[in-house]
Design a protein around this ligand. Structure first.
Ligand code: PGA
Length: 251
């Protein structure tokens, strides 16, 4: 049985006060309304992680949106996985397409970051996904496979089982255009087959693969019902407690 996970990626949104009230609302609504064993993650801006980590409980944990590939030192403005661990962070998003595009993060850097996050006992949420141009050229499957190969395939069998993967087609992020259930399932199945080619089927079957990209209450049910989709990485719809909890309840 794979873990079911819904992670909210707040990106660079909310004041501290707004963030704390959103987090409290989510924690309360999840406690009241969500049965079943689903894990909920709030990936807040890093400056709020400490405060939010003190008010989460039950099924809800906190996650960072990024972490640097060094443990400490002269890297002005950066935050390491070891530092995140000291403020209660349990999950770390790595390689979000916005980080890859605007901050030029490479597959090699993300490989190192994955190692450091695992070393802290945190769960990396490793993001992959293609642009619309790549999909139109028909190279999307190979492109996404390569992202996994170059950033994750150095991991041992034991390490890879601790990674969560998020497939986020770039053309669906924040655009209101969602991948169809078939498009998402096709890619998730392909990613799982790719993991199986390296680690074997039973390990591949144990890894949660989340879908992200305009996932919201009115389409989450169809996506989460797909065989290889184990939850979601939710941007816009994670900024309102009601919408986010409705997504969580879509399993
Ligand atoms: P979106 O963002 O749900 O607003 O499309 C998803 C993400 O970027 O993780």
């Amino acid at each position: 049985m794979r873990a079911k996970i819904v992670a909210g990626n707040w990106k660079m949104n909310k004041t501290l006060e707004e963030g704390l009230s959103l987090a409290s609302e989510v924690v309360n609504m999840v406690a009241d309304e969500v049965s079943g064993d689903v894990k909920v993650v709030l990936c807040t801006p890093s400056i709020y992680l400490h405060a939010v980590s003190k008010l989460v409980s039950g099924k809800v944990s906190v996650g960072a949106q990024n972490a640097y590939e060094k443990e400490s030192g002269a890297y002005t403005g950066e935050v390491s996985p070891a530092m995140l661990a000291t403020v209660g962070v349990k999950y770390v998003i790595l390689g979000h397409s916005e980080r890859r595009e605007y901050f030029h993060e490479t597959n090699a850097q993300l490989a190192t970051r994955t190692d450091l996050v695992l070393k802290q006992g945190q769960t990396p949420i490793f993001c992959c996904g293609e642009t619309l141009a790549q999909r139109e050229k028909g190279i999307h499957l190979d492109f996404v496979k390569q992202q996994l190969t170059e950033s994750l395939f150095h991991l041992s069998n034991e390490q890879i089982t601790k990674v969560v993967i998020a497939y986020e087609p770039i053309w669906a992020i924040g655009t209101g255009v969602t991948a169809s259930n078939d498009q998402a399932q096709e890619m998730h199945a392909l990613l799982r087959a790719h993991l199986a080619s390296k680690y074997g089927q039973s390990i591949a079957d144990s890894i949660s693969i989340l879908y992200g990209g305009s996932c919201k209450p009115d389409n989450a049910q169809g996506l989460f019902a797909c065989k290889d989709i184990d939850g979601g990485l939710i941007g816009g719809a994670s900024l309102k407690a009601r919408d986010f909890v409705d997504v969580i309840k879509s399993f």
